[in-house]
Design a protein around this ligand. Sequence first.
Ligand code: HPA
Length: 250
Amino acid sequence: MSNAARPKIAVIGGTGMNSWPGLAIEERVEAMTPYGASSAPLLFGSVYGVRACFLARHGEGHKIPPHLINYRANLWALKQAGIEKIIAIAAVGGITEGYAPARVGVPVDAIDYTYGRDHTYSDGTDRWSLHHVEMAEPYSQSLRRVLLDSAQSAGVAISDGGVMAITQGPRLETPAEIRRLRQDGCDLVGMTSFPEAPLARELGLDYACLAVSVNWGAGIGSGGIHDEIEKSMEQGMTKVRAVLGKALPA
Ligand code: HPA
């Protein structure tokens, strides 16, 4: 299929949405890029009566941990296939009330605590000229608005804003780390939104995150984190599907 015939919007799914059962797949693109292969084939198809693209961030079978995801290949592959807008689904831990377990939200800012990831296309070669991309608005305001309006028309309560902490993973944080993140002004914590968002910016792609809180950060809740994740994941993902149903353009 030519890029002109393909949809322009993609969903990157992660933990809790590693596949998209509703998507009737029309085309699988095994993407190869100058940075290697994408985590999984790009899946183009129809869902909710509209056409869209899906990429499983952690690979088919959910095997690739957050620090080993080839983010550069993933974003490059989407750009190469003609994608212009990306809705990134991220399961996160909640730090403040707006991100209590099973709530969904659209973060507005972020702090990157990751290290050692290939986080830019600027590699000092002629392949890519040096850009100091602006991150004053790390998530696309227009795409954030689409998600917020979609939640409203789907009747899903959604948090507008919040600062996302991105930690290295795959382990979860200690209680002291969560206290530090809270002191830093973070409202939610995930492991993949960076370098995804800045790489999308380098490529000129519109990128926003639809975050689903699946647990309280360590030391905040009373029970075990994995029990909480099990309880909240499906509830949160049902909301994500409802929001996506309104957000994807015909
Ligand atoms: N921390 C970091 N990432 C996460 C968490 C968490 O508590 N829950 C889901 N993703």
